[in-house]
Design a protein around this ligand. Structure first.
Ligand code: IDP
Ligand code: MG
Length: 137
C-alpha cells in the first residue's frame, strides 16, 4: 500500500545540523522516495491549521513559538506504508521514553523539541499535505 506522509524536521533539528542524518534514515528505507522537500520559515496561520487539534492545550502556545523559532524542513515521503513507517522511525512523542534506534530516542530529550513531525494517519496525511504542499498532484 503506497502512501504519502508529511514530515517536518523541526527548528531544533535544523539548528543542530541533523537534517542530513534524519533524511538519510528515511531514504535508507527501501523503495521510499521524497516527493517534495523545502526549507521553510512557517507562519502562525499555517501552524494554527496544522496543530488545530491542540489549540487550548497548555503546551500549544510554547509549541507554536518553538515552531516559529527558525526554519523547518518540510518534506513529503512516499512509499510502502510510509505513514506508519515514518511514525515508527520517529518514535513516540517523549524522546526519553522513545526507543534507542528511533530518531527521537537517539537525538532528543525534550518533549517539545522532539526533532520531527510525521502524519499520524491517512486522514491526517491528506489534511496536512494540503496545508503544506497544496500544489502536489
Ligand atoms: P506527535 O508529534 O508525536 O504526534 P502530539 O501529541 O501530536 O505528538 O503533539 C504535537 C507536538 O506538540 C509534539 O510533537 C511536541 O512537539 C509537542 N508536545 C506534545 N505534548 C507536549 C507536552 O506535554 N509538552 C510540551 N510539548 C508537547
Ligand atoms: Mg500528532
Amino acid at each position: 500500500m503506497t502512501q504519502r506522509t508529511l514530515v517536518l524536521l523541526k527548528p531544533d533539528c535544523v539548528r543542530r545540523g541533523l537534517v542530513g542524518e534524519i533524511i538519510g534514515r528515511i531514504e535508507a528505507k527501501a523503495g521510499w522516495t521524497l516527493s517534495a522537500l523545502e526549507l521553510r520559515l512557517l507562519d502562525r496561520g499555517t501552524l494554527e491549521q496544522h496543530y488545530a487539534e491542540h489549540i487550548g492545550r497548555d503546551f500549544y502556545e510554547p509549541l507554536v513559538d518553538f515552531m516559529l523559532s527558525g526554519p523547518v524542513v518540510a518534506l513529503v515521503v512516499e512509499g510502502e506504508r510510509a505513514i506508519e513507517g515514518v511514525r515508527r522511525l520517529a518514535g513516540p512523542t517523549d524522546p526519553i521514553a522513545a526507543q534507542p534506534g528511533s530518531i527521537r530516542g537517539d537525538f532528543g530529550t525534550s518533549v517539545r523539541e522532539n526533532l520531527i513531525h510525521a502524519s499520524d494517519s491517512e486522514e491526517s496525511a491528506i489534511r496536512e499535505l494540503k496545508i503544506f504542499f497544496p500544489g502536489l498532484s
